[in-house]
Design a protein around this ligand. Structure first.
Ligand SMILES: C[S@@+](CC[C@H](N)C(=O)[O-])C[C@H]1O[C@@H](n2cnc3c(N)ncnc32)[C@H](O)[C@@H]1O
Length: 227
């Protein structure tokens, strides 16, 4: 997105000034290695139309293209992994829609350019489904969704625990992932777990999942639309 301001009103109401490409790249270069790791997780809590998230996806795609362009299945699994590790929140619905669309188009453009007619609609459905879960119309300050029935923001963790085509989804309440907030929302005994300590003697923070889904083939994820 080239223009940095959509309207004076939006700047006044929501501080909406988009970051320029040059600044985005300079900031991402500070964590360059992470931006080039296909499954590294990024959350942008005020993502706008996705100036940071789209650049992260582009960087991941470059790595994937080099490594997996000769194996469609490996490329598809890694494409799902890359998209599923990108998270965003924005308080304005049109930004959320634009962000999902931009991320989808960037992924689809590369996928289609590499595999042409062999590119599958099933993969596109999965990408759209994951984006609909990961890019949230919400308020990152009160940690709730925006819209008709606001509720706690839930994020899904997606992983390939067996390193094959099976994907695992686990849902977490966002507030529980933030140690300070979790103190406010966690019910003391009901969810408390024995305290774990790492080899270095640091407390290990283990959030409680709200839902754990069965392992499924990654192309079947979209079928969870009915939950
Ligand atoms: C300064 S812009 C930055 C957008 C994007 N991160 C970028 O760099 O291009 C701030 C964004 O935060 C969003 N925003 C403002 N208050 C918010 C809140 N409480 N929760 C989530 N998003 C919010 C605005 O809609 C706007 O898109």
């Amino acid at each position: 997105m080239k223009e940095q301001v959509k309207s004076k009103q939006r700047v006044a109401d929501h501080g909406e000034v988009f970051t320029s490409e040059r600044e985005v790249n300079a900031m991402l270069d500070l964590v360059k290695q992470e931006t080039e790791r296909i499954d590294s997780r990024f959350l942008e809590p005020a993502c706008g139309t996705g100036n940071f998230l789209t650049e992260i996806l582009r960087r991941k795609l470059q790595v994937m293209e080099k490594k997996y362009r000769r194996s469609q299945l490996d490329f598809e699994r890694n494409l799902v992994s890359a998209i599923s590790s990108i998270y965003g929140i924005d308080i304005l619905e049109d930004n959320v829609i634009a962000c999902c669309q931009r991320l989808f188009e960037i992924a689809d453009e590369r996928y289609t350019a590499i595999f042409k007619k062999k590119a599958k609609d099933d993969v596109r459905t999965v990408l759209r489904f994951i984006l609909s879960k990961n890019i949230i119309w919400g308020d990152a300050l009160d940690l709730k969704t925006v819209g008709a029935e606001p509720h706690q923001i839930i994020f899904s963790e997606w992983s390939f625990p067996l390193h094959n085509s099976l994907i695992k989804r686990r849902d977490f309440v966002f507030a529980e992932l933030l140690p300070d907030e979790s103190k406010k929302t966690r019910q003391p005994d009901l969810f408390s777990k024995p305290e774990l300590v790492s080899d270095l003697g640091e407390k290990v923070f283990l959030p409680t999942e709200t839902h754990s889904y069965p392992l499924v083939h990654f192309l079947k994820i979209g079928e969870e639309l009915v939950e």
